[in-house]
Design a protein around this ligand. Structure first.
Ligand SMILES: [Zn+2]
Length: 204
């Protein structure tokens, strides 16, 4: 079983599970992306009606032009939804890791958050892990192998996910790449990440 914890199909952010026979299960994730926080007035009331699988992708992005204050407001609204519907969140974070941690502490959120597309330092990763978050790796495995090796060396496999996001790659290739950069074999990685996914699902 291969879990692609964050990818996009036709503008929709999804979680994709692929089995050995290439059968796919697609779960829609719902939420307001930090780049779209200024045009989400209709979206939030709709989300309040219910969340099916997970919230995503939501988060904070300091490089994007949307005002940071508004991003925080909407992110906190997404957290409220995540907590009240007991659904995990797929989190987009660009240069705002300390704010993400602060907000998790402040809101006392208990649902699992997956920090997708992680490409920061091992120290930052440790901080996120300390606050019970999961880390998902994708392009960093290809673009910054040295850093990816360090991350893989230090992350407990119980907190790891892999993803394709907008890369267009095959999730099986991403798993194979992670195997070449880590101490784990493919079978072990598949088993562990699927267990991690199971843990996300059983939170609700
Ligand atoms: Zn994405």
């Amino acid at each position: 079983m291969f879990v692609d914890i964050h990818t996009h199909i036709d503008n929709q952010s999804v979680i994709k599970i692929v089995d050995e026979n290439f059968k796919e299960k697609v779960l829609k994730t719902e939420g307001v992306h930090p780049w779209k926080v200024c045009a989400c007035d209709n979206e939030i009331p709709r989300l309040r009606l219910g969340i099916t699988a997970a919230i995503g992708e939501v988060g904070l992005d300091k490089v994007h032009k949307e005002t940071f204050e508004r991003q925080v407001e909407v992110f906190e609204e997404m957290i409220r939804l995540s907590e009240s519907y007991r659904k995990p969140m797929i989190v987009h974070c660009v240069r705002a890791y300390s704010e993400i941690i602060e907000i998790r502490k402040k809101t006392k959120a208990t649902m699992p958050w997956v920090i997708h597309g992680f490409n920061s330092s091992v120290e930052t990763m440790r901080q996120l892990l300390k606050h019970n978050m999961y880390i998902s790796l994708g392009e960093v495995l290809y673009r910054n192998e040295i850093q990816a090796v360090e991350i893989l060396k230090n992350i407990p496999v119980e907190r790891l996910f892999l993803e394709t996001d907008v890369s267009g790659r095959d999730i099986k290739d991403v798993y194979a790449k992670a195997v070449t950069l880590s101490r784990w074999d493919l079978e072990f990685l598949c088993k562990k990440i699927f267990e991690n996914y199971g843990r996300l699902e059983t939170t609700h």
